[in-house]
Design a protein around this ligand. Sequence first.
Ligand code: SF4
Ligand code: MG
Length: 333
Amino acid sequence: TRPLLAIENLAVHFGTGAGSVRAVDGVSLTLDRGEILAVVGESGSGKSVLSRSILRLVREPPGRLVGGHIRFEGRDIAAMSPSELRALRGDQISMIFQEPMASLNPVFTIGFQIAEALRIHRGLSRRAARDEAIKLLEQVGMADAARRYDAYPNQISGGMCQRAMIAQALACRPRLLIADEPTTALDVTIQAQILALLRRLRDETHMAIILVTHNLGVVAEMADRVAVMYAGRLAEVADAQTFFAGPLHPYSRGLMASVPRIGDRVETLSAIPGGIPRGGASAVGCTFRDRCPQAMEICGQTPPEFVQGSSRVACWLHAGLSAPVAAPELGAA
Ligand code: SF4
Ligand code: MG
């Protein structure tokens, strides 16, 4: 059967001409109904840009979708008009961000905003929408929900706003939830509570989730499948069990070696020495070669192709018969 979402050869660039950055460069991914896919990588890996480009929300700096397709239930989001996009957004696809003010409106109470979503998307009456909104606020761990219903975003803490935003995103029972570091700003207890809520909603409503995170502890807890991004490209895609049993890409192995636990708030992944090349993906060779302990001569010359096996991996070490695989030579590139 057709996947819920199929991203095909997606390319998103910032800027134009020689100074342009390939933030997302030739990414292909699918997502099934009810599946939780974690997109993992350091800051600057392109994971947020990729997830935002699904709803064409790459704003700052403005990203341009320069190639590829994003098919949601067969319809190409990349080709949709603004009104078609608006209809899709908040009804079938919801997004939650690290910054709640990206989706909360400061001039309405949080309760009103959630109740409106319930009335529009689920056709609830005013009273039923209010009751349901309070229930949603309780589910996301908002203490004293009935009273906080009437609070404006600037009257409650950032953590409370975060929970209100999550309640609002879930109100329409989306078929796809895109969650970009949804719990990073919250304390450990609330974080665990919200992750459990997302899992339960997945089980009950068959909602699919794209979870963007740098936290492998969260990934282990949540994901069915893992996609590792580096410098705008996919490094590895594998089901979570296979991935945690033994990641194949040297970058994935580096991430694993720096595993943060649930509740860590820092971008611990930068424990791998070096940083992501600033121009995004470069055309020459493997983008990870400067940081890779196993780089070989070919890695500096030709980008590795994405090899399809039980996992998909873009690395010359796993190129099989299609390329010469030498023993790892430290620092050879
Ligand atoms: Fe390392 Fe080469 Fe694999 Fe890139 S292709 S990750 S440089 S071994
Ligand atoms: Mg980000």
